[in-house]
Ligand binder design. Structure first.
Ligand SMILES: C[S@@+](CC[C@H](N)C(=O)[O-])C[C@H]1O[C@@H](n2cnc3c(N)ncnc32)[C@H](O)[C@@H]1O
Length: 254
C-alpha cells in the first residue's frame, strides 16, 4: 500500500468512519471487477463498447437531446445476470434495447440465445458504432437477425411480436412517457411484453401502468445486483387486460 493510499484511507476514516471506508473499498472492487470483464468482452470481439460518449460532444440536433442520457454501457456481467432468467423465451420473442448505444447488450443477448435483435438509438454516430460492432460480431452468424434503427425511442413502432425490452436509464420522463404509451398499445394488441429496466429512474411511469406488473428477479440476480451494482433494476411483465384476455402466439400465459 502506498503512502498516498494510506493517507487517503486515514482521511476517509476521519471524515466518514469505518463504514465510509468499507463503502469506498467495495466501490473500487466492483469497478475493477467490471473493468476486467468489460475489456475482455471487447477484446474477444475486437470491438469497442467500453468508451463512454457525452452526447454534447456530438454534432446533432434533436428535440429530445436534452432528455437523453449519455452513452455509458451496462457492465457485461450485469447484462448477463439480468437477461439469463429470460432465456427460455429467446426463440419466441424479439429482443429490443431502447437507447442501445454501441450494441453491447444486443451482442450479449445473442450469446444467451436471442436471435431477433433490435436496437433503437437516436444519436447517428453511436448508432453507426453499433452497426459496425454487430456487423463484426455477427458476420458469420446467418441465424441472427439484427437491426439498428436510428430513431427516437418515444415514437418507435415495435414489430408484431412478443418483446423483451431492455432499458438502461436511457432518457428522462418526457421520452419515457412515449415509450410507455406504445408498450401499452402493443400489449393491448395481444402481445406479451417483458421489460428489464436497469437504473430505473422513471419507474413510477411503469408502476402506474395497469398493463404491467412487477415480477421479481431470482434470488441469485438480486444478490448480484446487491453486491456488484451501483444501481437498482426492476422487471415487469405484461398482464392481459379487458380487451386482451389471452396472448397471441404460443405463449399464452403470464
Ligand atoms: C445509458 S446509455 C445505454 C446504452 C445501452 N443500452 C447499454 O445498456 O449498454 C443510453 C443511450 O440511449 C440513447 N438515447 C437517449 N435518448 C434517446 C432517445 N430519445 N431515443 C433513442 N435513443 C436514445 C443515448 O444516445 C445512449 O446511447
Amino acid at each position: 500500500m502506498t503512502t498516498m493510499t494510506r493517507t487517503k484511507i486515514a482521511q476517509t476514516l476521519k471524515e466518514d468512519g469505518l463504514s465510509g471506508v468499507a463503502r469506498r473499498v467495495h466501490a473500487g472492487l466492483i469497478f475493477r471487477y467490471h473493468e476486467t470483464f468489460n475489456s475482455r468482452f471487447d477484446t474477444i470481439h475486437a470491438i469497442d463498447t467500453r468508451t463512454s460518449v457525452a452526447l454534447e460532444t456530438l454534432d446533432f440536433e434533436h428535440q429530445h437531446k436534452a432528455h437523453a442520457i449519455d452513452y455509458e454501457p451496462t457492465p457485461i456481467k450485469l447484462v448477463e445476470a439480468l437477461l439469463k432468467p429470460s432465456r427460455a423465451r429467446a426463440s419466441s420473442t424479439t429482443f429490443l434495447d431502447l437507447g442501445c448505444g454501441k450494441g453491447r447488450v444486443l451482442i450479449k443477448a445473442a450469446e444467451l440465445g436471442f436471435d431477433r435483435l433490435i436496437g433503437v438509438e437516436f444519436a447517428g454516430e453511436i448508432a453507426e458504432a453499433a452497426r459496425y460492432n454487430l456487423g463484426q460480431v455477427f458476420r458469420s452468424s446467418p441465424g441472427i437477425s439484427w437491426t439498428i434503427i436510428s430513431q427516437d425511442a418515444a415514437t418507435y413502432s415495435p414489430p408484431e411480436s412478443d418483446l423483451i425490452v431492455f432499458l438502461y436509464n436511457p432518457f428522462t420522463q418526457p421520452v419515457m412517457e412515449g415509450v410507455v404509451n406504445w408498450i401499452e398499445a402493443h400489449i393491448d394488441r395481444g402481445y406479451r411484453v417483458e421489460i428489464i429496466y436497469y437504473n430505473s429512474q422513471c419507474r413510477s411511469l411503469f408502476d402506474d401502468c395497469n398493463r404491467l406488473k412487477v415480477t421479481p428477479f431470482p434470488w441469485l440476480v438480486k444478490l448480484q445486483l446487491r453486491f456488484l451494482s451501483w444501481h437498482a433494476a426492476v422487471k415487469y411483465l405484461s398482464v392481459a387486460g379487458d380487451r386482451n384476455e389471452s396472448y397471441r402466439g404460443t405463449e399464452r400465459q403470464v
